[in-house]
Design a protein around this ligand. Structure first.
Ligand SMILES: [Cu+2]
Length: 114
C-alpha cells in the first residue's frame, strides 16, 4: 500500500534537495542531502524525516527515492531506517549534470492476516 508519494528534490546541478513537501494522507516529508551541493558522479546521502498527519514519526515504512531526468535516465535509492524513528537514509548516485527530479515513495507493509 503506497501511503506517500511526493517530490522531494528537483535539482539543477545535479541534486540539492532540502525541501518540505506534504505527501498523501497528510504525511509531512523533510529531505536533506549530504553534501548540501551534490555533484554528478559522486554519491549523495539522502535523509528523509517522515511524520504522519498527527505529527508522529512514521515507523516501519519501506522508503524509496526514484529519480529521473527528462532524457530518460533513472536512478533509485532504497532508504533504510536509521534507528531514529521516522528517519530513513540511503545513497544515490547521479551520473549526469542537469536537472533530476527525485521523488519519494513510502509504503507500510500490510499487517499479516490473523
Ligand atoms: Cu541525463
Amino acid at each position: 500500500m503506497v501511503v506517500a508519494s511526493g517530490l522531494v528534490g528537483a535539482t539543477a546541478s545535479p541534486a540539492g534537495a532540502a525541501s518540505v513537501k506534504e505527501g498523501r494522507d497528510g504525511l509531512e516529508i523533510q529531505g536533506s542531502t549530504r553534501p548540501d551541493q551534490p555533484r554528478e558522479g559522486k554519491w549523495v546521502t539522502y535523509a528523509v524525516h517522515i511524520q504522519d498527519a498527527s505529527g508522529a514519526p512514521l515507523a516501519g515504512a519501506m522508503v524509496r527515492l526514484p529519480g529521473g531526468m527528462a532524457d530518460g535516465m533513472a536512478a533509485r535509492a532504497d532508504l533504510r531506517p536509521t534507528g531514529v524513528a521516522g528517519i530513513y537514509s540511503g545513497r544515490l548516485l547521479l551520473t549526469m549534470r542537469g536537472r533530476w527530479d527525485i521523488r519519494l515513495t513510502s509504503a507500510i507493509p500490510a499487517a499479516p492476516a490473523r
